[in-house]
Design a protein around this ligand. Structure first.
Ligand code: SAM
Length: 255
């Protein structure tokens, strides 16, 4: 199951890229603070390319990866200097790079059958292997606790030429979230209706910290990207590959 088909990708780009836009100044500062002043950034779940554009405007090389063909089509227009690839970041070959980013809950999505705790732990290991020493992995996730007591949240949202009906349900065990999205996009005098169901895995921060450290990262939790603060039940991670990798000391008994 994948998502963000043509209409929802368009709606995401026109109505829901504020997250990436507002996150960008703080993300750029985090890169600079970690002495990543250029080089290659891999953006896992690049969507319509807003963050990729911010990066390439500042001289970074970018490889954006997204599972949605429609998102990648928009990203290519948005950030012509960046490179893009359609596919799952959970299976993609990650090139040697200076930073990996995954902005806007991409890591929670269940679009790829390999998603979930095990697949994510494997992805963390591959990100670690791709990063140069001192390189960083920046991402954010939704945690359990989005809706109180399993009560579904219902929202009606609209833009100049679209509207969506959204229902969000968290399962009883607080391990997964389902977003049912009915969208209407205006085409001439008519509106085209589409429907998508997105399933997201919910990860408590402690679990992800454990997996990141197991992969070898030094970690820091983020309550936002700079001045842009996250909503409740949302948390960010700055995971850094140590400059000097830890080696296990093997002592030989010479007696
Ligand atoms: C909420 S959107 C965020 C997009 C973009 N980062 C932004 O901030 O505008 C989540 C994106 O993650 C992508 N995605 C989810 N799972 C993925 C996977 N396994 N591999 C590649 N892309 C994935 C979706 O297609 C979607 O574009």
């Amino acid at each position: 199951m994948t998502g963000y088909d043509r209409d929802l990708a368009y709606i995401h780009d026109t109505g829901f890229t504020d997250f990436a836009r507002k996150a960008a100044p703080g993300l750029l500062r985090l890169l600079r603070q970690n002495r990543i002043l250029g080089g290659l950034v891999v953006d896992a779940g690049c969507g319509s390319g807003v963050w990729a554009r911010e990066l390439s405007d500042r001289g970074y090389k970018v490889l954006g990866i997204d599972i949605s063909v429609s998102m990648i089509r928009l990203a290519r227009q948005q950030a012509p200097a960046a490179k893009f690839q359609v596919g799952s970041f959970l299976g993609a070959v990650l090139p040697p790079c200076d930073a990996v980013t995954s902005i806007g809950e991409c890591i929670n999505y269940g679009f790829d059958g390999r998603s979930g705790k095990k697949g994510l732990a494997e992805f963390f290991r591959r990100v670690y292997a791709a990063l140069r020493p001192g390189g960083v992995f920046l991402f954010d996730v939704v945690e359990p606790g989005v809706s109180a007591d399993g009560v579904p949240l219902r929202r009606f949202l609209e833009g100049p030429d679209w509207a969506i009906l959204l229902e969000v349900r968290e399962d009883r065990r607080r391990q997964a979230l389902t977003r049912q999205i009915v969208s209407f996009r205006r085409l001439g005098d008519l509106y085209r209706r589409s429907e998508e169901i997105h399933r997201l895995h919910l990860y408590p921060r402690a679990e992800l910290l454990t997996e990141l450290r197991r992969a070898g990262f030094e970690t820091r939790l983020l309550g936002g990207y700079g001045r842009f603060r996250f909503q409740p039940a949302h948390v960010g991670f700055l995971a850094r590959k140590p400059v000097a990798e830890k080696h296990i000391k093997i002592s030989r008994n010479t007696n």
